[in-house]
Design a protein around this ligand. Structure first.
Ligand SMILES: Nc1ncnc2c1ncn2[C@@H]1O[C@H](COP(=O)(O)OP(=O)(O)OP(=O)(O)O)[C@@H](O)[C@H]1O
Ligand SMILES: [Mg+2]
Length: 508
């Protein structure tokens, strides 16, 4: 079986295609009517509990250590958890446990082995974050057919579910932890990304925290003291906040009055929808700005857009459509929700059929083209000014895969290695992300002005690949890239062994 996996900040899902090409979600092997897995992990004694099982365990032991939101740590090569046997766990290896659990679910549901999968990533993920996902899959022993961006996967699913053809579509994807805007054009032959943009640390988590702040404030006003926070009360507060947020999304709810119990404290809270909207207004404004910037980045105007599709659980907040309606003309006909929490996984399953050559069999559009999300450059130090300078090799929003070649020269006769810093950036005024050191060498026959031809490629997965050649001989030069940023060597082996040795708990 080949599958599509949505590795979400808050929920993860796995999907495959039925024999007629219809994408379906595969259920949890313990809870058969549940088709998503909370991206939460407890690790204890060579055993990991993942998803709803963790919730059950917390009921019994409120102090249970739980790892959440690890997706936000992708691309940062630092441990996020130390287990009771003093093993360090990295975001990649924690993610691998979730992937292992999804693999088990899929295999027990279909009775066949998971041969390979497409995994989704936020469109704005940089090279390091994407490589974290690839690392996680390798540790979970899942061969990856390719990565696909979440909004693109959702658009693929929409295109097939609605037989939609020939249109310019904007996807507004606001999930549990990330926001992406993507502009695509679709026709009978395929799906083509025109531009993409996004925000990290923006999603349901922030909205839950806005509600939690209101609850804590009301508690303080009513009792005169702060609500005591410990493992159990913070879990209860988070759960109640999310419930309230979801209830306030119901069309008829202008306010919510509710008796709640947190720890030993029972009290009544009253939250108005307008108050919640006010609390998240600035964040939603940012998403609207990014969406308009993305349309602009595609070289289009708002009036060129045929449809604006909302996906991701948080896009169900009615204020979002209201706000977007103010900037999109004829919004009632153009803005709609499409399977907000399922389309990404099912779209990934469709893409796995595309990548494995099954598109025609299932009558799925054949072509697919992504774009670069960042400028990719090499940063050097200007010898005169001593200031860093960035040489842009691949521009943002170029069709993938994109390749560029540059020649650099040694500066002394004894120089045996060349070290170059690769960077990704949206523009030179905003954050410049160092994606790793490219160390070329040892150079054969070192001399001054030795030419080294560097090829940088942004692959179909959106990851960055490099190669170095001697342009005179055409011989490929030895190089390593990203060892300073990515998990590598013994550490990678140790993490892989740790994941392999860890059994995924199952009640059956
Ligand atoms: N009706 C609703 N109104 C508002 N928010 C909702 C609603 N239903 C679910 N959510 C929120 O949606 C989020 C989960 O959405 P989703 O599954 O799309 O995110 P994810 O895939 O885990 O995250 P990401 O894509 O950002 O990595 C949670 O924060 C959840 O509280
Ligand atoms: Mg998602």
């Amino acid at each position: 079986m080949r599958a599509g996996i949505d590795l979400g900040t808050t929920f993860s899902l796995i999907s495959n295609l039925e024999s007629d090409g219809t994408p379906v979600l595969m259920p949890d092997s313990m809870f058969n009517d549940i088709y998503s897995t909370p991206s939460t992990v407890n690790i204890s004694n060579k055993c990991a509990s993942v998803g709803y099982l963790v919730d059950t365990l917390i009921e019994q032991n409120p102090e249970l250590p739980v790892i959440r939101f690890f997706k936000r740590n992708f691309g940062v090569n630092q441990p996020i958890f130390i287990d009771s046997a003093s093993n360090s766990w990295y975001p990649d290896s924690v993610a691998a446990l979730v992937l292992k659990k999804l693999k088990n679910d899929a295999e027990s549901y279909t009775g066949s082995k998971l041969e390979s999968a497409v995994i989704t990533v936020p469109a704005h993920f940089n090279d390091l974050q994407r490589k974290s996902v690839l690392n996680a899959a390798a540790m979970a022993d899942i061969p990856v057919l390719g990565l696909v961006e979440e909004p693109v996967a959702a658009a693929l699913h929409y295109g097939i579910a609605h037989h939609s053809r020939d249109q310019v579509l904007v996807v507004y994807d606001l999930g549990g932890g990330t926001f992406d805007a993507t502009v695509l054009s679709m026709d009978a032959n395929g799906v083509y990304v025109l531009a993409k943009d996004g925000l990290t640390e923006m999603g349901g988590k922030e909205f839950d925290e806005a509600i939690s702040a209101m609850i804590l404030d009301q508690f303080k006003k009513a009792t005169g003291f702060h609500l005591p926070i410990n493992g159990l009360t913070s879990l209860q507060l988070r759960r109640i906040s999310e419930e309230i947020k979801i209830e306030l999304s119901l069309p008829s709810k202008a306010f919510l009055k509710k008796a709640i119990l947190i720890g030993n404290n029972a009290f009544e809270i009253m939250i108005y929808r307008k108050e919640f909207e006010q609390a998240i207004r600035q964040m939603i404004e940012q998403t609207v700005e990014v969406t308009l910037r993305c349309i602009d980045g595609a070289g289009l105007r708002e009036s060129d857009i045929d449809a604006l599709m909302l996906v991701g659980g948080s896009a169900m907040i009615p204020y979002i459509k209201d706000r977007l309606s103010k900037v999109i003309t004829n919004a009632d006909n153009k803005i709609f929700l499409h399977e907000p929490m399922k389309a990404v996984a099912m779209g990934a399953a469709i893409h796995s059929a595309q990548l494995s050559g099954d598109a025609e069999r299932y009558d799925i559009p054949l072509e697919f083209r992504g774009v670069t999300g960042y400028n990719i450059g090499i940063q050097t130090l200007n010898p005169q000014t001593r200031k860093p300078e960035t040489d842009c090799l691949i521009k943002k929003n170029m069709p993938l895969p994109s390749k560029a070649v540059r020649t650099y020269y040694t500066s002394t006769a004894t120089q045996t290695r060349m070290v170059l810093q690769l960077v990704q950036y949206v523009d030179l005024q905003s954050e410049i992300i160092n994606i790793g050191e490219l160390v070329i060498g040892p150079l054969p026959n070192p001399r001054i002005n030795y030419p080294v031809e560097v090829t940088v490629e942004n692959t179909g997965d959106g990851t960055v690949k490099v190669a170095a050649y001697d342009p005179n001989t055409g011989v490929e030069l030895q190089q390593v890239f990203g060892e300073d940023k990515l998990m590598s060597g013994n550490n990678l082996l140790a993490q892989r062994n740790l994941v392999r040795k860890t059994v995924i708990a199952n009640l059956n």
